[in-house]
Design a protein around this ligand. Structure first.
Ligand code: SF4
Ligand code: SF4
Length: 117
């Protein structure tokens, strides 16, 4: 984990003095949950890429493929799983509300430290 700054080193009011510097901070270090790709077939629709607030969806732009997650910056919010249309289809087919770590889902949200299986 990155060295924490003391209060004297933090700008007054926590102001961000350099815009666009989020990439320098490994904010994934305090994540409690993380996304993993489940068994269902990803259609590479890029909805997760579009909605991820931290730009953590890794894509192969040339071949138009979703590759996975940048876990150095992912904060585990679960938005990618919530907007994934394949997840919606799996839920509809199951005709029931599924746990967010259900293996049938395309993007599962699991607890940090839990094995992916
Ligand atoms: S869990 Fe949140 S931050 Fe992480 S990849 Fe999904 S949408 Fe992005
Ligand atoms: S939203 Fe779901 S189906 Fe679409 S690219 Fe992301 S993981 Fe694949």
């Amino acid at each position: 984990m990155a060295q924490l700054k003391g209060w004297k080193e933090i700008p007054i009011g926590g102001m961000i003095l350099e815009a666009g510097n989020a990439v320098e901070y490994l904010t994934g270090g305090w994540r409690a949950f993380r996304p993993v790709r489940g068994e269902a077939a990803c259609t590479h629709c890029f909805q997760c890429w579009l909605f991820c607030p931290d730009s953590c969806i890794l894509v192969d732009a040339e071949n138009e493929k979703m590759l996975g997650f940048n876990l150095e910056h992912c904060k585990g919010c679960g938005i990618c799983a919530a907007v994934c249309p394949v997840n919606a289809q799996v839920r509809r087919k199951a005709e029931q509300e599924l746990d967010r770590d259900d293996p049938r889902l395309c993007i599962r949200i699991i607890e940090e430290g839990q094995a992916e299986e």
